[in-house]
Write a protein that binds this ligand. Structure first.
Ligand code: GLU
Length: 481
């Protein structure tokens, strides 16, 4: 049965492509919603008009969709509590702020940037932490008129009351905060746009958000937000601040550590479902510590109260391992469909669909990401194969290899190219016939001549797919005359 009371949201700012940190937060919100049969909502927080870009909004949509995190309400599909894009509801924020002004819980502030800077510098000199002086709180009517004549546009500041705040965080337990540390912060800027702390409260309130699940980096905003709820006389949502995702050097995950956007990982050939599985284990694990889990299983097992308050380390090795496991476990049809994109530079017309599947099946065991496919399959295409200097020297030019290749050239005429099982047997016979040499050495030489590598797909498959003409040609080229 649907639970209409559980409503969670992910509220990214479209100032960049969807970051893995936001993606993990989105995933935890999604899991919590699905587990409790509630609603998962997407809201675009684009009040920073200068930095917000439509292309980033599109990237957020696409990245969430590729991960399978479909939302129940959002800017593109609407819903009962829209608009779901902050820039579409600037008037609403202003109305709420004016209501607070009328009630004496907020006030217009006419101070200009340089005046604020002066206050800040003074505080720095006196080595005290800066708090706005409240000098606009009790202005005379004349003073206000004067500012208007000067053409100043006012901001609206929230009137912060001193109190000890406490809230229960699902992940972190009881959190206490002394609002004495908070000054009269701006809720509407002089350009008419709301600040994050104000807009987020109005939106969460209007969208009937029951649980705010977000990164620990927002915990210092929570007291300000609670103060606003209280001033508006509205009930406060349940909070859950999850630990951050850090790089292995324990610094904030950033560009210098490599990819940080979901779309970059997908473009690098990570499977979305492997990526989702990996993200789910950053700060959470199922009771039995299993690691390979499908989304539906994760939903069934997920418990928000089991999410860790400590930072989680983003380990690329683990993602790589996991992606390799997913590639191994895909059905061959599915893998072939996904691999198709990576064959753009090759003439696929030389192979049937079945042969293409054989190629992919034969190389998948060594794949970490899908974009390794072109490099892994290149020797199946073209008449010739590139052999680098090292393989030429260390393998091809060895006297034993030359002996093998000379014999193989004869033997290649007798191969039944259309019959894979038979090729296996024939190759086994060939190995046996090369007495005095180690089996590994024998196949090394053949493999190097046919593929330019010392490892890769099964040799019988390579032989059968290359066919007689190319096998003979490549072996002949490798023989030193
Ligand atoms: N726009 C904020 C962010 O992307 C949302 C924070 C929140 O969930 O309250 O960090």
């Amino acid at each position: 049965m649907a639970n209409n009371n559980i409503r969670v949201r992910i509220a990214p700012s479209p100032t960049g492509n969807l970051h893995v940190g936001t993606a993990r937060t989105a995933l935890f919100n999604y899991l919590f919603a699905k587990k409790n049969k509630g609603k998962f909502i997407l809201r675009i927080e684009d009040t920073d008009l200068k930095r917000s870009k439509e292309k980033y909004t599109q990237n957020i949509y696409e990245s969430l969709k590729s991960m399978g995190l479909n939302w129940d309400e959002g800017p593109d599909i609407g819903g009962e509590y829209g608009p779901y894009k902050q820039s579409d509801k600037l008037e609403t924020y202003k109305n709420y702020a004016q209501k607070l002004v009328k009630q004496g819980k907020a006030y217009y502030c006419w101070c200009q940037q340089d005046e604020i800077e002066k206050e800040k510098n003074k505080a720095a000199k006196e080595k005290i932490s800066y708090k706005y002086s409240r000098k606009c709180k009790n202005l005379t009517q004349e003073q206000v008129e004067q500012y208007k004549v000067e053409g100043r546009e006012p901001a609206i500041r929230f009137c912060t009351l001193s109190e000890k705040l406490m809230f229960d965080d699902i992940v972190r337990g009881q959190v206490e905060f002394d609002t004495n540390l908070i000054d009269d912060f701006v809720i509407i800027k002089s350009n008419g746009t709301p600040t994050y702390n104000f807009a987020v409260v109005i939106d969460d309130m209007e969208m009937k958000i029951s649980h705010v699940i977000r990164g620990e980096d927002h915990i210092s905003n929570t007291p300000k937000q609670i103060l606003i709820y209280k001033a508006l006389d509205r009930s406060i949502p349940v909070y859950a601040h999850v630990g951050m995702i850090l790089a292995p050097d324990r610094s904030k995950l950033s560009k210098r550590h490599g990819a940080t956007a979901v779309s970059e990982f997908i473009a690098q050939g990570y499977l979305p479902e492997a990526f989702v599985n990996f993200l789910s284990l950053l700060g959470w694990s199922p009771a039995d510590n299993r690691e390979i889990l499908e989304l539906q299983e994760i939903i069934n097992l997920f418990k928000l109260e089991k999410v860790s308050p400590s930072p989680a380390i983003f380990e690329l090795d683990k993602l790589n391992w996991m992606n390799g496991q997913y590639i191994k476990n895909l059905s061959i049809q599915d893998l072939t469909d996904r691999a198709r994109n990576y064959f753009k530079d090759f003439d696929l017309s030389i192979y049937s669909e079945e042969q293409l599947s054989h190629i992919i099946d034969s190389i998948r065991k060594n794949l970490v990401t899908l974009n390794e496919i072109p490099e892994a399959v290149v020797y199946f295409f073209g008449d010739n194969v590139k052999i680098d200097e090292k393989i030429q020297k260390d393998v091809i030019e060895l006297p034993e290899s030359q002996q093998v290749l000379n014999s193989f050239k004869e033997f290649a005429h007798t191969i039944d190219y259309g019959n894979l099982d038979k090729i296996h047997n024939q190759l086994a016979d060939f190995r046996k016939s090369m007495t005095g040499l180690k089996p590994k050495q024998i196949m090394w030489a053949v493999r190097a001549a046919l593929s330019g590598r010392t490892q890769g797909a099964d040799i019988a498959i390579i032989v059968s797919l290359l066919g007689k003409g190319r096998v003979l040609n490549r072996v002949d080229k490798a023989i030193i005359k």
